[in-house]
Design a protein around this ligand. Structure first.
Ligand code: F6P
Length: 321
């Protein structure tokens, strides 16, 4: 079998451990893996490269993706997908394994439906927002990166008795913010799923300061709003009578760097399950992880609403006294 492999959308730490696991499992059993560069862009432009076990040596601890990635808008148009399918046929590719987030899995579903070719997806996104799977590869590293950064910010926040707004990633969802907020002991977590009223924030700051708190750290999910705007809003409302106000956007440092042991481990397992499912005859779906078990879920389920951990969110409110 010739298996095509691609990584698409935002890179996620741990993608390389998946690539490594798939290439090595396949080679061991006499199958071939063709890497497709820059995600769906490489499919359209026929940018293919054969991958051997030696090519994936030493990549397990590397962030990003050795296959490169892109957010390829052209793949939404049928004319470009047709071109991609022609390339797949010409290259003799029998099946695909596709790594990425929500948009990527949508693309994978289209390929499976329109070509009838076996396609297996693997959820990789630091946002951890794919439904029907507790875990998406990359999330643990992003949370660790953000926690380390906020621990550092806290030193300044305390020393200067400041109010800090720290914006974390999560395009539409607050998974990173909730976990990072709880793990850093944030005074307030702002996420799109819990519409904490902006007008109530000054009150919370006042309350905390009157209880003797030296600093006030707000972990703001990008899906709730923008750190600079919130800084301006608070300065307008309360000035700096409770402490100087600063904001920081953590940005892409969250997505980069060496994957944690958990992302390496989960990446490896996700990769092996994807490969084995394909060999066992699975034709369409993504690898999901729930209650300690891996299984193949229908692509359309990935798009359902995935609930956040509301208990963790409430627990943080309870402890921020
Ligand atoms: O989906 C992952 C993610 O990192 C989001 O958290 C963020 O909103 C987005 O990608 C940023 O995308 P880009 O790297 O294309 O700016």
């Amino acid at each position: 079998m010739r298996i095509g492999l691609l990584t698409s959308g935002g890179d996620a730490p741990g993608m390389n451990s998946i690539i490594r696991a798939i290439v090595r499992c396949a080679e061991r059993e006499g199958h071939e893996v063709i890497g497709i560069k820059r995600g769906y862009r490489g499919l359209i432009e026929k940018d293919f490269v054969k991958l051997t076990s030696r090519d994936v040596g030493g990549i397990i601890g590397k962030g990003g993706t050795i296959l490169l990635s892109s957010r390829e808008e052209r793949f939404k148009k049928f004319e470009y997908r047709e071109r991609a399918y022609r390339n797949l046929r010409e290259e003799g590719i029998d099946a695909l394994i596709i790594l990425g987030g929500e948009g990527t899995l949508k693309g994978a579903r289209l390929v499976a439906e329109e070509t009838g070719m076996p396609v297996i997806g693997i959820p990789c996104t630091i946002d951890n927002d794919i439904s029907r799977t507790e875990y998406c590869v990359g999330y643990d590293t992003a949370v660790k990166n953000a926690v380390e950064a906020i621990d550092k910010i806290r030193d300044t926040a305390s020393s200067h008795e400041r109010i800090f707004i720290v914006e974390v990633m999560g395009k539409h969802r607050g998974f990173i913010a909730v976990e990072v907020g709880l793990a850093t002991g944030a005074e307030l977590i702002l996420i799109p799923e819990e519409k904490f009223p902006k007008d109530k924030i000054p009150e919370e700051i006042e309350k905390a300061k009157s209880m003797g708190k030296l600093h006030f750290i707000i972990v703001l999910s990008e899906g709730y709003g923008n750190a600079k705007e919130l800084e301006r809003f608070l300065k307008e409302k309360i000035g700096e009578k409770y402490g100087e106000i600063r904001s920081t956007v953590l940005g892409h440092i969250q997505r980069g760097g060496s994957p944690t042991h958990y992302d390496r481990l989960m990446g490896t397992k996700f990769g092996v399950v994807a490969y084995e499912s394909l060999i066992a005859g699975e034709r369409s779906g993504f690898v999901a992880f729930e209650r300690g078990k891996f299984y193949i879920e229908d692509f359309e389920k990935a798009e359902e609403y995935k609930p956040i951990d509301r208990e963790a969110y409430r627990l943080n409110l309870k402890l921020a006294i």
